[in-house]
Ligand binder design. Structure first.
Ligand SMILES: Cc1cc2nc3c(=O)[nH]c(=O)nc-3n(C[C@H](O)[C@H](O)[C@H](O)COP(=O)(O)OP(=O)(O)OC[C@H]3O[C@@H](n4cnc5c(N)ncnc54)[C@H](O)[C@@H]3O)c2cc1C
Length: 481
């Protein structure tokens, strides 16, 4: 018997509420889960569920999940999705909840499926330079495990200590060294995915070259939990590069820093990190970590090399020349690998440093690298125009900047001002041939901008893919498309 309710496709949590004291769809789902999936842990206590209402985009209200399920296996995930489909309960896949686009925030009355228990590394395959892992493992834990074998997993979001590999895959996360090694997508060989109806498929394989059929692996990467739940991934590894050395260059103007980025990237250099911090971020980081940064500079570039020995010195020499030619007023180098690690960690904590000042809304725009100076100028003038303090840092080598809007913690104008600033930032990025999100994703916070950026026809294709894979609209409804 087909027990699917007829109204799926426009799911909201309210649709799940039963009437007249009859058991709700959610109650029925939970009864079936308890009866048939004994290894799934269920959280139904309101206090427990409350902590799954939001992700790190804490200005997004989110909904209170009706229940939170923690599966222990692919079979559990498949069972949960099959039952959610039968009972018409929307499902929010969730990794570690560090997302910044509202993609894993709760849906009122829905089922949040958290992958954190599925955190085992299944195989480190040295001959094939890959690792097979479950999705719940934290990025930093995976990196440590493969490093112990002399191997390297490249994608390194600044949140690596608090984000899961599954979340990284679902958002196609970027990071500090993606300028050299590419975003998450470029390190994925194969996936195991549970589709909305509970079907388990495997995409890709360990072969580096493989062109059999459509690249479903790439389709699921970046799909934000709207097309399937990733339950296993085969990720590409590299030999562990040497410890890094670091150059910091300080600029009197944003323009000069932008010009240096363009010069480094077009000058045949391949730094492993090319990060930018503006004046506000430098001050916040320095105030917290006391690293001796030049707080009078308008911008700082952090350039890292992971080449061996003399080659690293040569690479940083060339980067330093490019910075000085672009107008850098001063520069400094890390003395050893430990100091390089400190500097990188301080950059990673840029958001937390700004959060010490006030309530921060982090944005995530991107432009072609050659236009980074124009983007910096636009951010600056948008902040001035709206009277909003913006501190910017980001992956300048990728053309990806994070303008951080900073408000007093109890500023009643924050929501309205943030909306106006965001709209101007997105328009500026699009006018420069860029994107409204370079790594955090459309999620639930940028949905209305997708069509503007991609065009009606492209979004129509996305919707067709969504309805082919999830005709009931069970998975993360209301996100992305
Ligand atoms: C301080 C800080 C720094 C950050 N720095 C970076 C950065 O440098 N680069 C960057 O890209 N991001 C960054 N982020 C954002 C965030 O950490 C990333 O988006 C990360 O990939 C999210 O992983 P997560 O496990 O926390 O996912 P969640 O927040 O739990 O989920 C994110 C999305 O993935 C989906 N999802 C999660 N797991 C699965 C799964 N197994 N299958 C299918 N869908 C799934 C969810 O539905 C949601 O749409 C930062 C965040 C913070 C707070």
């Amino acid at each position: 018997m087909d027990r699917r309710p007829p109204h799926l496709g426009t799911l909201t949590g309210d649709d799940r509420l039963g009437a007249g004291g009859s058991p709700t769809a959610l109650d029925a789902l939970l009864a079936d889960v308890r009866a048939t999936l004994p290894d799934v842990r269920l959280l139904t206590d309101p206090a427990d569920r409350e902590s799954y209402r939001r992700d790190e985009a804490d200005h997004v209200a989110g909904g209170l999940p009706g229940a939170v399920a923690l599966p222990g296996s692919t079979a559990d995930v498949a069972g949960l999705l099959r039952l959610a489909g039968i009972h018409g309960v929307p499902v929010v896949p969730r990794g570690a909840g560090s997302g910044l686009s509202g993609g894993s925030s709760g849906i009122e009355g829905g089922l949040t499926v958290v992958l954190s228990r599925m955190d085992r590394i299944l195989e480190i395959d040295r001959p094939n330079l890959c690792v097979v892992t479950q999705p719940g493992i934290l990025n930093a834990a995976l990196r440590r495990a493969v490093e112990a074998e002399g191997l390297f997993y490249a994608p390194d979001p600044a949140s690596m200590d608090i984000c899961s590999i599954g979340g990284n895959l679902a958002t196609n996360a970027g990071g500090l060294c993606c300028v050299k090694y590419g975003q998450t997508r470029e390190s994925v060989l194969a996936l195991e995915v549970v589709l909305a109806d509970g079907t388990v498929i495997r995409t890709g394989g360990k072969s580096v070259k493989d062109v059999a059929g459509y690249s479903l692996t790439q389709l699921f990467v970046g799909s934000g939990g709207t097309l399937g739940i990733i339950t296993e991934a085969t990720l590409r590894l590299r030999p562990l590069p040497p410890p890094r050395s670091t150059l910091l260059a300080f600029f009197p103007t944003l323009d000069a820093a932008g010009a240096a980025v363009a010069a480094i990237m077009s000058g045949g250099l391949a730094p492993v990190t090319l990060e930018l911090l503006d004046r506000g971020t430098i001050a916040a980081v320095e105030d917290w970590h006391h690293l001796g940064l030049d707080v009078d500079a308008e911008a700082m570039l952090m350039v890292e090399s992971d080449l061996p020995g003399a080659a690293a010195v040569e690479e940083l020499d060339a980067a330093e020349l490019a910075c000085l030619a672009a107008g850098a007023g001063s520069s400094m180098r890390s003395r050893d690998a430990q100091e390089a690690d400190w500097l990188r960690n301080a950059r990673r904590l840029g958001l937390r440093a700004l959060e010490r000042i006030g309530a921060v809304r982090m944005e995530d725009v991107g432009v072609p690298r050659s236009r980074i100076a124009e983007l910096l100028r636009a951010i600056d003038s948008i902040g001035r125009r709206h009277g909003v303090r913006i501190a910017t840092f980001g992956h300048a080598g990728d053309g990806n900047l994070h303008p951080n809007l900073i408000f007093e913690r109890d500023d009643p104008r924050a929501d309205a001002l943030a909306e106006a600033v965001r709209a101007d930032l997105y328009r500026a990025a699009l006018e420069l041939g860029g994107t409204v999100t370079a790594e955090h994703g459309i999620g639930s916070v940028r949905r209305e901008w997708l069509e503007l950026q991609r065009g009606t026809e492209a979004v129509r294709v996305m919707r067709a893919i969504k309805s082919a894979l999830d005709p009931q609209g069970i998975l993360n409804p209301g996100r992305i498309v």
